[in-house]
Write a new protein. Structure first.
Length: 81
């Protein structure tokens, strides 16, 4: 659906609620140009509530059963978000 301009994210979360995000690709929606201000490495820390919510979501996803949904846009687990 994004015709080659899909953002590419790499996310790491540890048990101490530390998050590391690497944004490899990010495009401005209107112009389809790369937005260099949003590309790079970012770090932070999740609150207890955010961490538990995220863990609950991740536990509900069956990554071994990912399927493509009707419009071929996304993996099945995106429907759960």
């Amino acid at each position: 659906m994004c015709l080659g301009t899909c953002p590419i994210y790499h996310l790491e979360i540890d048990n101490d609620k530390q998050i590391k995000l690497f944004v490899e690709e990010f495009y401005i929606e209107e112009s389809f140009e790369k937005d260099l201000s949003r590309i790079g490495y970012f770090t932070g820390k999740l609150s207890e509530k955010e961490f538990l919510s995220l863990m609950k979501l991740l536990e509900s996803i069956d990554f071994n059963e990912s399927k493509t949904i009707e419009n071929h846009c996304c993996d099945e687990y995106l429907k759960k978000i």
